[in-house]
Design a protein around this ligand. Structure first.
Ligand SMILES: Cc1ncc(COP(=O)(O)O)c(C=O)c1O
Length: 491
């Protein structure tokens, strides 16, 4: 595709545009071959055609006004009641379908903030303290284990909440005691994951929720990853730590249908212990010349396609379909874990509770291994702290475990591949290090340009260079600037 395309004066005929489609997609990750770990959660063509048909039928319809398209409202109500059942909620539980995990998390934090404002009888932030015990000039605090998804930090940023990050235990699970120790009069909520994205482990929800209850705080469980996986694993006999509404003190749960729910992108669910909480989520403006405006979630207008596709896939797969998929994905995951552990230079971090895992290397640079895997067509995420590769195993990867392990074994046993990549990377790392030692600030701009060149070409290539360079900055603000510049350059 041309870099800067002009808005055409005359439209392009349909056939011509349709012909272009494959070449436009040419450089995108080709997930159909099952070599991508994460990003795409596809139920398989036989199942996907049902959600596609429903998606298409409703894609131009809008969910904004609940009475204009009653079928969309019914889809949403049914999805919420199915999700509530999955999370063992009772009839008081209420929720909505959102566009993704980020929105669900944002809404849970907004509800927490607005309930706290109501309780305190004042707005947070810099308002005067009127004998309510709050420190002046500070804002409400949310306690987060350091492995929690950045969507929480983004939400805190947007909502003017203070994120209090707490280190996790050695086993990478949240540390309830350490979380309790940072509770202050400003604290409004404690959060945890089921499971966390980096290491796939479920946090100890029961003690965290107990602490939250004791201190009269809300407790949010982020089950964006596990919401459509853990209940089915429990059904088929896996030992899963309790994380849902069965746990006293859990007040809200986020769960993504567009991950292991295998629904189209743009579908997540936010559930609250009761309707009073959900009411705090709604936005109503009564005085607009355009009429009384009301919306349930963050978005205004949104397509009916995702919610319809989500309802269709949930009904089509049913619990038995999800159980079958979960079992097969888990079998693949276990084979991958065993294969990775059998290579003596590699180590799976902690003990993942489901199909999300990370591994490190004691020999060579793990990011080089990632780049070498990438050159063989495998797409994996990179972690930092510790440096590791990350796998989200989905339906697409079933049956691919042997091919992956064969390639991985070959790579970790081939010094030549590693050394070659390392040499290329070391040059850029040295340059970045040299720059940052002399002039850390302005030089970031220069490094961004270098990085732009190193990363050029196919998407995702040479990520070792990106992480090598970013690790060389002693000041994390420089890394932030570097990434902002990179993003700016990409669009
Ligand atoms: C545990 C967890 N929570 C939240 C999110 C954010 O979800 P989304 O990307 O749908 O906004 C993710 C995304 O990967 C996640 O893994």
């Amino acid at each position: 595709m041309k870099k800067k395309e002009k808005f055409p004066e005359m439209g392009c005929v349909a056939d011509e545009l349709l012909e272009k489609l494959p070449s436009i997609k040419h450089d995108d990750a080709g997930w159909e071959d099952g070599k991508i770990f994460g990003f795409v959660y596809h139920p398989g063509n036989d199942h996907a055609r049902i959600s596609e048909a429903y998606f298409r039928a409703f894609m131009y319809d809008s969910t904004l006004n609940p009475s204009t398209f009653p079928s969309l409202r019914n889809f949403e109500k049914n999805i919420i009641s199915m999700a509530t059942e999955l999370m063992h909620g009772n009839s008081s539980v209420a929720g909505n379908v959102t566009t993704g995990g980020t929105e669900s998390i944002f809404l849970a934090l907004k509800v927490a903030r607005d309930l706290a404002r109501e309780k305190e009888g004042k707005r947070d932030g810099n308002s005067e303290s009127e004998g309510n015990g709050k420190r002046e000039g500070t804002c409400f605090e949310v306690i987060l284990p350091e492995t929690i998804h950045p969507a929480f930090l983004k939400a805190c940023d947007h909502l003017s909440l203070q994120a209090i990050m707490v280190p996790v235990r050695e086993d990478k699970r949240a540390d309830p005691k350490a979380m309790e120790e940072v509770i202050t009069k400003q604290t409004i909520m404690m959060c945890c994951s089921a499971p966390c994205f980096p290491f796939g482990v479920v946090d100890p929800v029961t003690p965290i929720a107990k602490i939250a209850k004791k201190h009269k705080l809300l407790c949010h469980v982020d089950a964006c990853m596990g919401g459509f996986m853990l209940p089915f694993l429990e059904d088929i006999g896996y030992s899963i730590p309790m994380f849902d509404f069965r746990v006293p003190g859990v007040t809200s749960i986020s769960m993504d249908a567009h991950k292991y729910g295998y629904a189209p992108k743009g579908t997540s669910i936010i559930l609250y212990r009761n309707r009073a909480m959900r009411k705090k989520q709604f936005f109503v403006h009564t005085d607009w010349s355009g009429g009384i405006f009301a919306s349930t979630t963050f978005m205004g207008t949104k397509s009916g396609g995702p919610v319809a596709g989500c309802w269709a896939i949930m009904n089509h797969l049913g619990k038995s379909g999800y159980r079958k998929l979960a079992g097969e994905v888990m079998k693949t995951t276990r084979s991958l874990i065993m294969g990775i552990q059998s290579l003596d230079s590699l180590k799976v971090i902690s003990d993942p509770d489901m199909s999300v895992l990370a591994f490190t290397s004691t020999k060579g640079d793990i990011y080089n291994i990632g780049d070498a895997l990438e050159s063989k067509g495998w797409h994996l995420d990179r972690l930092q702290f510790p440096e590791a590769l990350h796998l989200t195993v989905t339906q697409l990867n079933i049956g691919k475990e042997d091919a992956f392990l064969k390639d991985l074994t070959e790579i970790v046993g081939n010094k030549e591949i590693l050394d070659k990549d390392q040499k290329a990377m070391n040059i850029s790392v040295k340059m970045a290090k040299g720059f940052t030692k002399v002039l850390p600030g302005p030089v970031v701009e220069k490094v961004s340009k270098i990085l732009g060149r190193v990363m050029g070409g196919k998407s995702g290539g040479k990520q070792a260079a990106l992480y090598g360079i970013s690790a060389s900055f002693s000041n994390r603000k420089d890394v932030k600037k570097l990434v902002v510049n990179l993003l700016d350059g990409m669009y």
